[in-house]
Design a binder for this molecule. Structure first.
Ligand code: PEP
Length: 254
């Protein structure tokens, strides 16, 4: 039985005051649910991570980085390592978010190195995958998702891959207000689970959680979450409002 996992990607938003307030409100608002009926995580900008971890108190949510660099340390100006994230209390990290792929220009090989570095550094990575609008229109969704998954997980054995969460985020649905229908999401999630079975085995495929991301709101969270292969949600815009994010967490807990 896969426990629902809801995460908020704050992207380049909030400031030193609002980030701490947001963590406090979320922590208080999902007491009794977070960690018990649903796993909850937030990904604030790097500079607000340490205060976010502190302001969480005894709350059962986890904090993670939006990205990391694959090297352990050294002359990599501007980069942040897995050890640094771990050092300040982060548990998780996003790898290959579509904005890293399509705005910053990260490729599958770099993303794979980041996934491996995260696991080596004791973090739980979320590998984000998903097709562009033109790829969906050209009937290439499965091909793109297969490539992102194969390359992103390259070199990970059965045991180590269990640290990974997959986030299926169709790029055309991110920040656009266009959500995939529950049926569209389920179709791709089932395809991903099948691929995990091919790459690993049925046990791994049954255990790994696959989140959906792309314009998730309180109004559509429940209908996405009832799909058999949708195990959680990766939420951007709606995770910046505590009330909305809490409503999504509640809807995901069933
Ligand atoms: C995201 O940032 O991963 C995301 C899905 O954003 P939004 O919910 O705003 O579409």
């Amino acid at each position: 039985m896969r426990k629902p996992f809801v995460a908020g990607n704050w992207k380049m938003n909030t400031d030193s005051i609002s980030s701490v307030e947001l963590v406090r409100e979320i922590t208080q608002g999902c007491r009794g649910l977070a960690g018990e009926r649903v796993d909850v995580a937030v990904y604030p900008p790097f500079v607000y991570l340490a205060p976010a971890v502190k302001s969480m108190g005894s709350g059962n949510i986890s904090v993670g980085g939006q990205d990391l660099y694959f090297e352990q340390k050294g002359a990599f100006t501007g980069e942040i390592s897995a050890a640094m994230l771990k050092d300040i209390g982060c548990v998780r990290v996003l790898c290959g978010h579509s904005e890293r792929r399509h705005v910053i220009g990260e490729g599958d090989e770099l993303i794979n190195k980041k996934v491996i570095a995260a696991i080596n550094g004791g973090l739980l990575p979320t590998l984000c995958i998903g097709e562009l609008l033109e790829q969906r229109q050209a009937g290439q969704t499965e091909e793109v998702v297969r490539r992102h998954l194969n390359k992103g997980l390259e070199g990970l054995c059965d045991e180590r891959v269990l640290a990974v969460t997959i986030a299926y985020e169709p790029v055309w649905a991110i920040g656009t207000g266009l959500t995939a229908t529950p049926q569209q999401a389920q179709e791709v999630h089932a395809f991903i689970r099948g691929l995990l079975g091919e790459l690993y085995n049925d046990d791994v495929a049954a255990e790994l959680r696959i989140q959906y991301g792309g314009s998730v709101k309180p109004a559509n969270a429940a209908e996405l979450m009832v799909q058999a292969d949708v195990d959680g949600l990766l939420v951007g815009g709606a995770s910046l409002k505590a009330a909305d994010f809490i409503a999504i967490i509640e809807a995901s807990a069933g």
